[in-house]
Design a protein around this ligand. Structure first.
Ligand code: GDP
Ligand code: MG
Length: 172
């Protein structure tokens, strides 16, 4: 922390299997883990970035399977500076669950933190089940930014986290 100007806690949520862990590993380690289920057994991963000349440490929290049981607790959300809600564009059910996640976010997290909706697995557009227009409309209604990513192809993953870091730094 001594060598950084800011530390921000970014919290990822969304159904199991949407690619949260792959997004974190793509961003923090620059890799796409092979095989099924990339869950890591730690609470968060750290990456230091420089935005507008400012050194910023991002502490990115990833659920480790608890999403299946809806057992994510208050402590996970506590002091979060930003929330990233992820679904899988090739899986309708992960999109229709979003209102439940929003309800949970409203219960546990501060109301004024930036929220981003991420549609992941953009490399699988031929299997797309949720159109970009539908997702954008949902994001508008719920006051979320919207971005589509591919953890596999590294599309928009850097942008997602760097833009969040930049917004958080500007508002800090
Ligand atoms: P989590 O449960 O939300 O953490 O999801 P994981 O990161 O474990 O990913 C679940 C599955 O989706 C794994 O088999 C990944 O390889 C796959 N996956 C994750 N991101 C992508 C992506 O961007 N494109 C594709 N094609 N598969 C992905
Ligand atoms: Mg995971």
């Amino acid at each position: 922390m001594e060598d950084c100007d800011f530390l921000f806690k970014i919290v990822l949520i969304g159904n199991a299997g949407v690619g949260k862990t792959c997004l974190v590993r793509r961003f923090t380690q620059g890799l796409f883990p092979p095989g099924q289920g990339a869950t890591i057994g730690v609470d968060f991963m750290i990456k230091t970035v420089v935005v507008d000349g400012t050194k910023v440490k991002l502490q990115i929290w990833d659920t480790a399977g608890q999403e299946r049981f809806r057992s994510i607790t208050q402590s996970y959300y506590r002091s979060a500076h930003a929330l990233v809600l992820t679904y899988d564009i090739t899986n309708e059910e992960t999109f229709t669950c979003l209102p439940d996640w929003l309800k949970e976010m409203e219960t546990h997290a501060a109301t004024d933190v930036p929220r981003v909706l991420v549609g992941n697995k953009l490399d699988l557009t031929s299997s797309r089940q949720v159109s970009r227009e539908r997702a954008e409309e949902f994001a508008n209604v719920h006051n979320l930014c919207y971005v589509e990513t591919s953890a596999k192809e590294a599309d928009n993953v850097e942008q997602l986290f760097l833009e969040l870091a930049s917004e958080l730094t500007r508002n800090a």
